[in-house]
Design a binder for this molecule. Sequence first.
Ligand code: PRP
Ligand code: ZN
Length: 298
Amino acid sequence: MTEKRLKIAVQKSGRLSDATLDILKRCGLRINQSKNKLITHVKNMPIDILFVRDDDIPGLVMEGVVDLGFVGDNIMQEVSLQRAKFGEQAEFVKLIALDYGHCRLSIATTEEQNYTSIQDLSGCRIATSYPYSLGRYLEEQGVSAKIVHLTGSVEVAPRAGLADAICDLVSTGVTLEANGLREDEVILRSAATLVRRPTIENEALKQLVDRLIVRINGVMQAKESKYIMLHAPKNQVDAIINLLPGAEKPTILPLAGSDDQVAIHAVSTETVFWETMESLKQLGGSSILVLPIEKMME
Ligand code: PRP
Ligand code: ZN
């Protein structure tokens, strides 16, 4: 009998691709990256990676064609609304909110328009690639406007005379600015997320998913955390530990040849800023080292 392999969908190319592959590699998956192939077999684990368009990921997950998907909340919401409208299965389980791919779905108008509130857009044309998310928002706001569905180049629609406003993704804001548009309303805040199909029956695959979740959380936690080592006067140990963000159980070690000094080793769950280092020094700390952490497991 051939072993069941876990199927994971990731974006082929776009805002989430690199960060997603980076996480998977940090989780120990050996991926021979050839993005032109639709599917890649992970060498050291029973996992297949499918490289697809981000818009296709929600459907693949909801239909159970793949087990897991790395995708933006924005696309998950849009496809869910669309599928629900057509009576299609729209269930999925959100496993982890990831710490990359931050963006927002916003309504923007030209700088010449004197936008004051969403009511101003009554009777207007709004171009978007997110007709269902926008439609729901307008309905909630009690605004009736014409939604112009475009699959790309939404930001040029106002200048091209195709629409009075747009509803599009914004991350840095560069695209809006380059097109003379102003962000007026945020209708959704989004980031990358790991989603699972509604049910996985196979016990081995379930366990593999659980292991992956632990590893992904470990990778995310490690990115934030730092390992701190320093020498400190014995009588300042408490004050120093109080300065280290999120360092609950530090290790205190004797220092060879010194009665009044100890070494403190601690894991800080937050970034250690220069200001913190300076305060440590003021309390008598010396030989202060802040090291990155590669992996973590509780
Ligand atoms: C979005 C959006 C803009 C751009 C905004 O496209 O359509 O073009 O990002 O980003 P900025 O604020 O940093 O300039 P995206 O890259 O998501 O492409 P897609 O919609 O085709 O997936
Ligand atoms: Zn896309």
